[in-house]
Design a binder for this molecule. Structure first.
Ligand code: ADP
Ligand code: MG
Length: 468
């Protein structure tokens, strides 16, 4: 390190740095999630700025250091540079007395958790706050979801007694997360101090990797396992991630053996979770497995009524039925159509009545628009976008760009048509259904790793099957 360091107390540099830091904090405060901000950003202390532009920032522990270094080194550099009007470099240092002796415990499962480490962990440890509008009483029950609803409410009233684990699966937008939160809301209403965890599987995976890298497995496990109700959402994310699956498996066994209630949601059935460890699959299947189907017309109409009340739109049952007959799809699409209807009424400056509903569905939800797009359309679109010929997509070439385009086509086909793997395999020139699943999985993983790619695929899907 340079000899020309200034101490924060005395030098003009230190005052300049101090002020720059205040501004940077203000900016970050609005940009970074509140929990992360207070855990990771606020405790940072810039202690020196030397002549060469090197800023030393002290962190309250190795974990915070790694976390900030991985995510905010560059933004901090840019922001501090802006504030100071010069190029700067940043060095992070762990506060000397906080430097911990690295834990040597390897992956000893079920080892008693060590004393609580006061260091922050990746996610907010504040008690989980479920969405207050996701309540059982706001959930419309119909043929399509009655088992899932019954399972979830039985679980909420008698934890760990019936249906353990409860596994709910469906395509997106059909109320899985709503049900998980409803369970949490009900349990917390009975006992506000109840120890429950709601984990998105993807976050579990990220935290697990971070804990591994930072030798914080004991702490991670303690956090994950010291609970009485485990709500896991989007479990499909762990498919193919061996280490994470193993950890989920151990957490599952730990909680299960103690009689704790476990509820898991997924976008597909355990048997369709490609690349899932057999042991986990059989655990998942050992309790109650229920699916949620797309709502039928009656249920759609009931949902329209309920959701319209929630957004302050006044419609009667006839109007709800007019909408429900034409507007199909998942619940998000139904909600979307109500918002659209609201705008439609105000644009036309007309009262919301039956006649208006008819005009609205005729304009936006005509019968042809609801037809499934054909494979030809999808292949043509993918071919245009990826500059791979339609013949190549349908052919057998193993060249990477062609295979990639083919996988995207499979992904879109499955997403917009919902056809069975077997059917899709046949459409793609008699291919095996597992290769179709594999292609889908590949794209699915890329989508979850890469936001831009996700946006791209979504925009392709929107072109072919505009959402209502
Ligand atoms: P998923 O987790 O299956 O993707 P969500 O639980 O996020 O679906 O549901 C999407 C939206 O639809 C939420 O606003 C939710 O409240 C609503 N929703 C889904 N199913 C129902 C239902 N049966 N009754 C009322 N609202 C529902
Ligand atoms: Mg969900």
């Amino acid at each position: 390190m340079s000899n020309n360091q200034y101490s924060l107390e005395s030098s003009p540099e230190s005052i300049v740095l101090d002020q720059a830091w205040v501004h940077v904090l203000e900016r970050l405060h609005t940009e970074v999630q509140a929990a992360w901000y207070s855990r990771f950003i606020k405790p940072l202390k810039p202690v020196s700025l030397d002549e060469s532009g090197l800023i030393t920032i002290v962190t309250p522990g190795q974990f915070v250091k790694d976390w900030v270094q991985a995510r905010y080194a560059e933004p901090l550099k840019v922001m501090l540079g802006d504030e100071l009007g010069r190029e700067v470099r940043i060095e992070f240092q762990v506060e000397p007395n906080e430097r911990k002796v690295k834990s040597t415990s390897t992956a000893v499962v079920n080892a008693p958790a060590v004393a609580v480490v006061s260091e922050p962990f990746m996610r907010d440890q504040a008690p989980f706050k479920p969405n207050q509008s996701y309540l059982f009483e706001n959930f419309v029950v119909g043929q399509c979801n009655r088992f899932a609803h019954a399972g979830a409410s039985a679980v909420a009233s008698q934890l760990g007694v019936r249906y353990n684990p409860l596994f709910i699966y469906s395509q997106p937008g059909l109320g899985k997360t709503h049900l998980l939160h409803s369970i949490a809301n009900e349990v917390l209403k009975r006992d506000p101090g109840f120890k429950l965890a709601y984990v998105m599987a993807q976050e579990f995976a990220e935290d697990y990797v971070a804990a591994l890298q930072n030798h914080r497995m004991d702490q991670f496990r303690k956090m994950q396992r010291n609970i009485d109700l485990w709500l896991v959402d989007e479990i499909q994310f762990i498919a193919g991630k061996d280490k994470t699956q193993e950890e989920i498996f151990y957490t599952f066994n730990h909680l299960y053996s103690l009689g704790k209630q476990i509820v898991i949601c997924s976008d597909r059935a355990p048997k369709d979770l490609y690349l899932l460890d057999e042991r986990l699959r059989s655990r998942f299947e050992s309790g109650l497995v229920v699916d949620i189907q797309l709502p039928d017309t009656e249920t759609r109409s009931a949902i329209m009524l309920k959701k319209s009340q929630a957004i302050g739109l006044v419609i009667n049952t006839t109007m709800a039925m007019i909408l429900a007959e034409r507007v199909q799809g998942d619940v998000r699409q139904l909600e979307g159509s109500l918002r659209k209807l609201e705008v439609y009424a105000s644009l036309h400056n007309r009262t919301l009545d039956e006649e208006l509903c008819v005009a609205f569905v005729n304009e936006y939800y005509n019968a042809t628009a609801m037809e499934k797009p054909g494979l030809d359309q999808i292949i043509a679109l993918v071919s245009r976008y990826f500059k791979v010929s339609e013949e190549e997509i349908m052919g057998t070439s193993r060249k990477a760009p062609i295979v990639h385009a083919r996988h995207v086509a499979v992904y879109i086909t499955r997403s917009v048509t919902g056809d069975s793997w077997k059917h899709i395999g046949m459409q793609f020139g008699g291919r095996d259904h597992t290769s179709m699943m594999h292609g889908f999985q590949k794209i699915d993983e890329m989508i979850h790793r890469n936001k831009d790619f996700k946006g791209l695929v979504q925009s392709l899907i929107d072109t072919i099957a505009p959402r209502s």
